[in-house]
Every structure is written in structure tokens, then in C-alpha cells.
Design a protein around this ligand. Structure first.
Ligand SMILES: Nc1nc2c(c(=O)[nH]1)N[C@H]1C(S)=C(S)[C@@H](COP(=O)(O)O)O[C@H]1N2
Ligand SMILES: [Mo]
Length: 359
């Protein structure tokens, strides 16, 4: 089933609005919090939120392992626990800003959040099960089912063996000190720091070691960078750098244009990258012509969490400005001024633009 692409200038459809009301973003003023309050963290749910009875729920670990496991939630909670602050972003963040918009969840910029996740390392459980040498990937299956691209399916994603065995990959049962809420994957989800959101499979039911790359829908059709339907494309993995600013001043209700008084204005925001630490953030007050270096805040809460930044902007006169911020990481990736188009509308990390009226 081919993907639908909106004609240039075509408005958001009711179907896109239906997705957008189910899957909310993080209001950008919530960039104030280093750890996003649970209800403000973005949400992306392909099908329905499954209802899970914690007493009868079990996690199966099977496939190419010597000792298949079946674990209750209490079994998993009794394993060694670790806590990690992780910034998570949907690979489709920025999609709605593409000209020839792929029809899907119409994110603007707010498909991000940072949580303190608590769980047990996946590696320990795979070692306990006796992961076989022939296993090249680990496949994760959620309890949620639906139809997508004309195919009935469970939500499933795989990870290459070496990624799955990274120390910081967790099977998570708590978010910000509370049991995972239903919408974020109760009772158990995967968290793979640094990777785009789709990797973090929610409502886990089964983990399976497999001897060949998984080719299910969410791996080989969705979440690949391609220009044509019949292209193989490149799979998405780690988050590209992005910086977002807390919109300054006060918004106009409908346009959300910002109103700021004519006086020095402290611009603040957060920046992240999934490949390497944030190396710097720059700010422009003229739509990206001229840039000034922002100041990075104290060290992030973990190597996988966003970093705060600030910049003291002195508007020279009353008038209208376009504020921009852009991040670069230590691997040398930098946010572009304009996005590259792709069929799925993924990884649009073009710089944020905020219209401000100074008066
Ligand atoms: N089982 C399951 N896991 C899933 C999804 C899903 O629909 N079903 N959505 C994925 C996508 S696309 C994203 S961006 C993240 C969103 O996680 P959050 O809703 O906790 O922010 O979960 C991922 N894990
Ligand atoms: Mo996503």
C-alpha cells in the first residue's frame, strides 16, 4: 500500500487530526523541566493502548537461547535495577513542516520528552537465558495489534545483537519514580538510549533471539529513509542533533506568535543528539543569517539526556524577528536550515523558527 503524500499547500486532514489528538506532543514551555512531567511527555501509539492485567502478564524470552525464560513483573522487579535519564524523540518529529507532507502523525517540533527510567539491563537477562552465538538480532514484540500498510501485525522491532547488549539498554517498569502508565507501555517497555522513539517497544510481551535480520513492517517498510516506494532505503537508528527554545514572552492564542517587551530577553532551551554529546548551540535573531554562540548549561543528567542552553538576546528595536536555534554534536553533525525530503517524513531536524513581535 503506497503512502499518501499531501499536495503542496494542502491542509491537515481529519485523519491526521485524529492521530494528532491521540498522540500529543510536549508543549514547548515544558522544556523548562530537566525531567519532563509524565503527562507532558510526548506520546506515540500506532494502534490502541492494550489493557494489561499485571497478575497474569508474563515476559517470554526465547528463540536462540539455551534456557528460555518466562518472567512475571515481580521476577523482573527483583532483578538488579538501574536508573537512567533519557531523552526520547519520535523519528517523525518535524514531519508536518515538510513541503509535500507525508500523511501520518503530523508532528511539528514537540515529539520529544525526557524521563528518568528505571528497569533492569536487557543484557543480564539475555545472559541468564544463554544467548546463542548464532543470534544476530533480538526481536521485541508488543501486545498491541493493528493494521498498517494493509498488513495485520503486532508492533515489532528488532535490534542488532551488539546494540541489544549495550549496558544502558533497559527493560523499564518505572517512569519518573512511578509505575509505567498505560500510555507509556505498562507493565514493561524497552528503552534504547540514543535511538529514535520507535525502537523503544512498549507493552513488551516477547523477546526473541533470531538468526537473521527481522523484516517485519516496522523494520523494512516503515522507519527507513527512502525517496521511492521500491527503494530499499536506510534504516533509522540514532537521533540527529536538535535544539529547541522555550518560546519567549507571551503567545497570541491562535497564531502562537510571541509578544516580547523591548528589553533584554533571556532565551533558553535544550539540545540533544543520539550519536555524541552536544558540542554547542547557536542562536539567530534574523531567521538564520547571523548566528551567535549560546552558553551551555551544567552537564546533562546523563550521557543520553538533553543539555540546557541560554542566550541573552537584546532586541535592537521594536519590530518582528525570527528567532532560530541550532545544535551541533561532537561527531560533527549540525542542524540544517532546510530539511531533506523523504517518503516517511522522518528526521526533519531543520532549525526551529519562532516569530517574535517586540513592542
Ligand atoms: N508496542 C509499541 N511500542 C511503541 C510504539 C507503539 O505504537 N507500540 N510506538 C513507538 C514510537 S513510534 C515512539 S516515537 C515511542 C513513543 O514512546 P512514548 O509514547 O512513551 O513517548 O514508542 C515506540 N514504541
Ligand atoms: Mo515515533
Amino acid at each position: 500500500m503506497a503512502r499518501e503524500i499531501a499536495e503542496p499547500g494542502a491542509g491537515i486532514t481529519l485523519e491526521e487530526l485524529q492521530l494528532a489528538t491521540r498522540n500529543h506532543g510536549m508543549p514547548l514551555e515544558a522544556l523548562r523541566y530537566p525531567i519532563t512531567p509524565v503527562g507532558l511527555h510526548y506520546l506515540l501509539i500506532h494502534y490502541d493502548i492494550p489493557v494489561v492485567e499485571p497478575e497474569s502478564w508474563k515476559l517470554e524470552i526465547g528463540g536462540l537461547v539455551e534456557r528460555p525464560l518466562e518472567l512475571s513483573l515481580a521476577d523482573i522487579r527483583a532483578r538488579p535495577a538501574e536508573e537512567l535519564v533519557v531523552t526520547m524523540e519520535c523519528a517523525g518529529n518535524g514531519r508536518a513542516r515538510l513541503e509535500r507532507r507525508p500523511i501520518s502523525q503530523p508532528w511539528l517540533l514537540e515529539a520529544v520528552g525526557t524521563a528518568r527510567w528505571r528497569g533492569t539491563p536487557l543484557r543480564t537477562l539475555l545472559e541468564e537465558a544463554g544467548l546463542a552465538d548464532e543470534a544476530v538480532e533480538i526481536l521485541f514484540t508488543g501486545l498491541d495489534r493493528g493494521v498498517e500498510g494493509g498488513i495485520a501485525q503486532s508492533f515489532q522491532r528488532s535490534l542488532p545483537r551488539e546494540e541489544a547488549l549495550r549496558d544502558e539498554v533497559l527493560l523499564v517498569y518505572e517512569m519518573n519514580g512511578e509505575p509505567l502508565p498505560p500510555q507509556h507501555g505498562f507493565p514493561l517497555r524497552l528503552v534504547v538510549p540514543g535511538w529514535y522513539g520507535m525502537t523503544n517497544v512498549k507493552w513488551l510481551a516477547r523477546i526473541e533471539a533470531v538468526d537473521r535480520p527481522f523484516e517485519g513492517y516496522q523494520q523494512s517498510t516503515a522507519y527507513r529513509l527512502r525517496l521511492e516506494e521500491d527503494e530499499e532505503g536506510r534504516p533509522l537508528d540514532r537521533m540527529l542533533p536538535r535544539s529547541l527554545m522555550i518560546p519567549p514572552g507571551q503567545p497570541e492564542f491562535l497564531t502562537r506568535e510571541r509578544n516580547v517587551p523591548l528589553e533584554p530577553c533571556l532565551l533558553e532551551g535544550r539540545a540533544w543528539s543520539g550519536t555524541s554529546p552536544v558540542a554547542g548551540v547557536e542562536v539567530s535573531a534574523d531567521g538564520g543569517e547571523n548566528w551567535n554562540e549560546a552558553e551551555l548549561g551544567q552537564e546533562a543528567d546523563s550521557a543520553w539526556a538533553w543539555r540546557s542552553w541560554s542566550y541573552r538576546w537584546e532586541p535592537p528595536a521594536a519590530g518582528t524577528y525570527e528567532l532560530c536555534s541550532r545544535a551541533r554534536d561532537e561527531a560533527g553533525n549540525e542542524q540544517p536550515l532546510e530539511p531533506d525530503w523523504n517518503l516517511g517524513g522522518y528526521v526533519n531536524n531543520a532549525v526551529q523558527r519562532v516569530r517574535v513581535v517586540v513592542s
